[in-house]
Design a binder for this molecule. Structure first.
Ligand code: C5P
Length: 229
């Protein structure tokens, strides 16, 4: 029997730098990349279109299991996200969509509806999986598990900078309070709460740049013998 593709999981709260770090690592390793948060965001878009809200848990679970999501790398290196063939990359990146995704993510049937889709992305030569429950629930046998954090203020400042660069004017104190609120909901939910796996390596990126975080994770992978050199 062949062994399954190795998985590196990067979990942590919003804005800790998981996305950038995971994409850099997937390029370096030439492994696939799973942005699991994008799946919850795409579901929020799909649900909005058919008028489903948190009170429709079982329909949401069915929708999660049946929607066709595709991640397509673009020429400009940005991954495009397609829902049933339509490019929804812009729609899913708004704060409102992130907040709606976080509400839907608290529903057990939604989480189980998205499990199969996530497992199917585990293919050779390997997978970098970015999310909240990658190391605890979705890929408990990952070769290396990282829990990446940063203070809420630093995370809000980073998010603020990203949004300003996109030409969106947002209020920083409001962003800080929304991040705190989302953290509380993600960590406090009954199913798959945001928490480090017992065997996760915890890394605080508040005072580290992306390169330093990537180097530390690469060192972990080598020490864990997940890489040949
Ligand atoms: O990471 P991102 O901000 O795109 O995720 C949006 C929301 O989806 C999170 O706030 C969280 O509630 C949810 N999520 C989750 N489990 C994951 C990934 C994201 O619950 N593995």
């Amino acid at each position: 029997m062949t062994s399954p593709a190795p998985v590196l999981t990067i979990d942590g709260p919003s804005g800790a730098g998981k996305g950038t770090v995971s994409q850099r690592l997937s390029e370096k390793l030439q492994w696939h990349y799973l942005d699991s948060g994008a799946l919850y965001r795409v579901l929020a878009v799909a649900a909005g279109r058919v008028g489903l809200g948190v009170e429709h848990e079982s329909q949401l679970g069915q929708l999660a299991a049946s929607m066709q999501v595709e991640f397509r790398p673009n020429r400009d290196d940005l991954v495009r996200v397609l829902l049933d063939g339509e490019d929804v990359s812009g729609l899913i990146r708004t704060e409102a969509c992130g907040n709606k995704a976080s509400e839907l993510a608290a529903l057990p049937q939604v989480r189980s509806g998205l499990l199969d889709l996530q497992h199917r992305m585990r293919t050779l030569p390997g997978l970098v999986a970015d999310g909240r429950d990658m190391g605890t629930v979705v890929f408990p046998d990952a070769v290396v598990k990282i829990f990446l954090t940063a203070s809420p203020e630093i995370r809000a400042q980073r998010r603020h900078k990203q949004l300003m660069e996109k030409g969106l004017d947002v209020n920083l104190p409001r962003l800080i309070s929304e991040i705190r609120e989302r953290d509380l909901r993600d960590a406090g939910r009954a199913v798959s709460p945001l928490r480090p796996a017992e065997d996760a390596f915890q890394l605080d990126s508040s005072c580290l740049d992306i390169g330093a975080v990537v180097d530390q994770i690469m060192r972990r992978l080598r020490e864990g013998h997940a890489l040949k050199s």
